[in-house]
Design a protein around this ligand. Structure first.
Ligand code: FE2
Ligand code: FE2
Length: 211
């Protein structure tokens, strides 16, 4: 059934999505500050990278609200309070919230938009849900590495990239400071999660360092 946008449930859902994404962006920005305090600078970068994407989601939903320009939309919604001084808690909360958006919230908003005849908006909800799945998995991967004590260590030989200078360290345990730029070990991230990098790029490098 096609209904007028201004009378639709979708109009409210877009505003709820805008509020939710705006808050997620701020929560991740604050979590990034906490990660920085805890000297986990690479995890800070992951929070900031994700915060920027939440901003982009908010922007897209705000654009789609264009027809409501000049009006005020009342919404009633629940939003999480996830304050903590530990990265494990902050990551756990992030995984939970992202999965909720992926599995429930945006699927339901997409279905409602489709039923109300707003196909373009439905597609924005469904596609955002897909991104939130990746966010949940990315935060979950870091959480698992930190919880198992394997973020900086591995039983077999592992590789990590320093996000300050790009140096790739190969070994079983990341040193306290980067051997090249002397920045804290918190700048290192397991190579499989390093940005703009894949094995095609890093394979075939010969060791140039000589004692
Ligand atoms: Fe988002
Ligand atoms: Fe997200």
């Amino acid at each position: 059934m096609a209904i007028h946008f201004m009378e639709s449930k979708t109009k409210e859902n877009l505003m709820k999505a805008f509020a939710g994404e705006s808050q997620a962006r701020n929560r991740y920005t604050m979590a990034a500050e906490k990660a920085d305090e805890l000297k986990m600078q690479a995890v800070r970068n992951v929070f900031l990278f994700t915060a920027d994407q939440e901003r982009a989601h908010a922007q897209r939903f705000y654009e789609l609200l264009g027809e409501a320009q000049g009006t005020t939309i009342d919404i009633c919604g629940g939003y999480p309070v996830d304050k903590s001084d530990t990265l494990v808690d902050l990551l756990q909360a992030a995984v939970h919230n992202e999965m909720e958006e992926y599995e429930d919230v945006y699927q339901a908003f997409g279905d409602t938009a489709k039923e109300e005849g707003f196909m373009k908006i439905a597609s924005a909800f469904y596609r955002t849900a897909e991104v939130e799945f990746t966010h949940a998995k990315r935060f979950g991967k870091i959480l698992e590495l930190i919880k198992s004590g394997k973020y900086f260590e591995s039983e077999a030989t592992g590789m990590w990239m320093c996000l300050n200078c790009g140096y790739i360290y190969t070994g079983k345990k990341v040193p306290d400071v980067c051997p090249l730029c002397r920045h804290d070990k918190g700048y290192f991230i397991p190579l499989c999660m390093a940005p703009y990098t894949c094995s095609e790029i890093t394979d075939g490098r010969k060791a140039c360092y000589k004692q």
